[in-house]
Design a protein around this ligand. Structure first.
Ligand SMILES: Cc1cc2nc3c(=O)[nH]c(=O)nc-3n(C[C@H](O)[C@H](O)[C@H](O)COP(=O)(O)O)c2cc1C
Length: 232
């Protein structure tokens, strides 16, 4: 069984009249999904473009609803949590999570952060217990694989490169991935978009190739797992 949850978060579309305006991160993510489909079927494919359709920001009332015991929530509180419930249900069903994101101001877009704020929720995706000492939060989901795909205008964001200390995108996704139940994370990054030179072309080509080869490898390993399950 493979359920893929695909979250795109660039505010740019993928089908603009001028193709040079198309989102690169969305195109690389699409390459991943299409390459997967060439090898293996996807049992369930859940797609959200949070860049174009952002989830609501959480509010004080939202937090109040989260901390109200489920059986005591008012109709208004249930309504406030409805989107969060739906997004968490989508996450829970997924084996593979594909998140594509641009780098905006050295981090993730506010729209993608809004999605995380809706789903990283106490007693749903993590629980909190002071008996655990200095690390009271523990994820409730497990066994998921994350493919994180990013496009940046500048370059050199990994240690020991020149902008490693300015990278608040992948390190943030790595930290949050734990609360999605992620146990294996792959990262594909295209850089140099703002330089529009050969380095950008090379970086973009490499990202497309990585998306393709990773999709083929993961799709095949899922097929093998599926066959193993049938044999048991
Ligand atoms: C609002 C905004 C902020 C950006 N901030 C950064 C940045 O901090 N660092 C960087 O390397 N590129 C930055 N960029 C460039 C984007 O990361 C780059 O254009 C990327 O390809 C956008 O992703 P997309 O092609 O999927 O839309 C920014 C672009 C925009 C529109």
């Amino acid at each position: 069984m493979s359920t893929i949850l695909h979250i795109d978060s660039s505010v740019r579309a993928i089908d603009n009249d001028n193709p040079s305006h198309n989102s690169l991160s969305k195109q690389i993510a699409r390459q991943f999904v299409e390459s997967w489909q060439e090898t293996s079927s996807i049992d369930e494919y859940i797609y959200r473009d949070v860049g174009v359709h952002p989830p609501q920001f959480i509010t004080q009332d939202w937090i109040g609803a989260v901390f109200t015991p489920q059986g005591k929530r008012t109709a208004d509180q249930k309504r406030l949590l409805a989107l969060s419930d739906t997004l968490i249900d989508e996450l829970t069903r997924a084996d593979i999570i594909v998140i594509s994101t641009p780098m905006y101001n050295y981090g993730m877009p506010a729209q993608l952060k809004a999605w995380f704020d809706q789903i990283v929720r106490v007693n749903k995706t993590f629980d909190f217990d002071l008996k655990r000492g200095d690390f009271p939060l523990a994820p409730l989901l497990s066994g998921k694989t994350l493919v994180a795909i990013a496009s940046c205008g500048e370059f050199g964001f990994e240690e020991p490169e020149i902008r490693a200390k300015s990278n608040h995108l992948m390190p943030h996704l790595r930290t949050l991935s734990r609360y999605l139940g992620v146990e294996t994370m792959y990262e594909i990054v295209s850089e140099y978009q703002e330089f529009a030179d050969d380095r950008h072309q090379a970086s973009l080509t490499q990202a497309f190739e990585q998306a393709q080869s990773l999709a083929l490898a993961l799709a095949q390993s899922q097929q093998i797992t599926h066959i193993d399950e049938q044999l048991v």
